[in-house]
Design a binder for this molecule. Structure first.
Ligand code: NIG
Ligand code: FE
Length: 408
């Protein structure tokens, strides 16, 4: 099956095979290479070739799409989500409007524990069906690769159920899906007085089963005061590595917790959230390959301070953006809206923000060989936009969907 897209107003993020970057960092993030008035050929879901219209000679195709006035760009790579969950938590949203903090709600047994109660009661089929519905919704907004976490089971069976749902999703969608094991998301009520026993349950019972069934790609921990401290995080990351699970952790959301440093020390693929980042965190990230991943959708929805994206980029580091789609702190996986928040609140330029969810999003899921740029041989997971005047129009046109049609 060959598809030819012609008369593309602008084809964005074009990179030749010889110069494929893993992450794009610092000042380079300000630039997105493009071709005006372009064509692109796809064969069996893979990018075959592209160029300026003046170079188009072979117009043999099963389908020809005239993209006059439209942009084509690589689909978003959303590297941090909790898309599998049982129920929304709009009651807590109202409590927070009335002044109760996210941490206080968690202390009262709401928050993650609230989600865990509901998830453990829900059967696997229903969980799968409603998660697939959510996934199709974000795919229609441009998402073309996604990471999904467990972490609302908090019991052996609950965590395995979530991870099996993620595996089924993987098997039934056209986009790449990565799974992270996040049993260390909160302490279940019955372990409140014996936290080490829960950590041992994760290490001795859950991890061997998760690894045995090949259910996870990454090991995640909510490293935060009141959740999992530095020592606990280290124990868990070391245990994950024994099964080949690379860390990808929640760090420095609510406090300067040392989470960034512990992630770097244990060779995390990424450290995510990063509302609290100062000079020590920047110093730790420099010289490491750990990708700083910002989740401003959560900061927006919780009304807490935003991540210092400028400070991180200006230090020459890469920045990745991800949605954090979850029922508590960010009930939206809408990447175009995330781009708007990144531009207006984090003062990232549209090019920086788009680099952060394409090239750097792919890198934060180890998908650089297949995703993130328009490159011959990569997957043709692409966004064909509505008729828009420029790339900057995508975050500018906030709350609206730039997608005219997705190609996979
Ligand atoms: O990334 N911070 C920890 N976990 C999620 C929120 C989970 C929840 O509230 O359900 C997050 O923000
Ligand atoms: Fe998260």
């Amino acid at each position: 099956m060959r598809t030819l897209i012609t008369n593309i107003n602008q084809l964005h993020q074009v990179t030749s095979n010889t110069t494929i970057p893993t992450t794009i960092a610092g000042a380079e993030m300000a630039y997105i290479p493009h071709i005006d008035n372009a064509w692109l050929a796809i064969e069996n879901g893979i990018i075959l070739d592209y160029g300026a219209m003046s170079s188009l000679t072979d117009i043999n195709a099963d389908e020809i799409l005239d993209a006059t006035g439209r942009m084509v760009l690589p689909a978003w790579c959303d590297s941090h989500t909790h898309l599998v969950f049982a129920a929304p938590r709009e009651g807590e949203f109202v409590d927070r409007i009335k002044g109760v903090s996210y941490e206080e709600i968690a202390r009262r047994g709401g928050g993650i524990l609230n989600s865990a109660r509901k998830l453990n009661l829900m059967d696997e089929q229903q969980l799968y069906e409603q998660s697939m519905e959510r996934l199709h919704q974000v795919m229609a907004q441009g998402t073309g690769a996604i990471e999904i976490k467990s972490g609302y089971g908090l019991s052996t069976e609950g965590e395995l159920k979530m991870l099996r749902v993620i595996r089924r999703i993987k098997e039934n969608v056209q986009i790449p899906v990565k799974a992270s094991f996040l049993a260390a998301h909160a302490y279940p009520h019955e372990y409140k007085e014996n936290k080490q026993a829960y950590i041992q349950l994760i290490i001795d019972t859950m991890l061997p089963r998760v690894a045995g069934e090949g259910l996870a790609d990454y090991m995640d921990v909510f490293c935060e005061q009141g959740f999992f401290g530095i020592e606990e995080t280290e124990q868990l990351l070391e245990a994950g590595w024994k099964y080949g699970l690379k860390p990808k952790i929640h760090a420095n959301q609510l406090h300067y917790s040392g989470g960034v440093q512990v992630g770097v020390k244990h060779n995390a693929l990424s450290v995510d959230h990063l509302e609290c980042v100062g000079d020590a965190e920047i110093a730790a990230l420099k010289g490491s390959t750990t990708i700083p991943t910002l989740l401003p959708g959560a900061a927006f929805f919780l009304g807490i301070q935003y991540q210092p994206a400028r400070k991180i980029i200006d230090a020459g580091l890469p920045v990745c953006l991800a949605s954090d789609y979850n029922p508590g702190s960010c009930p939206s996986g809408n990447v175009p809206l995330l781009l708007t928040i990144a531009c207006t609140q984090l003062k990232m330029t549209p090019e920086e923000a788009i680099n952060a969810v394409t090239i750097n999003g792919a890198a934060a899921m180890e998908l650089s060989e297949a995703m993130g740029t328009i490159t011959r041989g990569k997957k043709a997971n692409l966004i064909l936009t509505h008729k828009i005047p420029s790339l900057a129009y995508i975050p500018y046109d906030y709350g609206n969907n730039p997608v005219y049609r997705m190609l996979y």
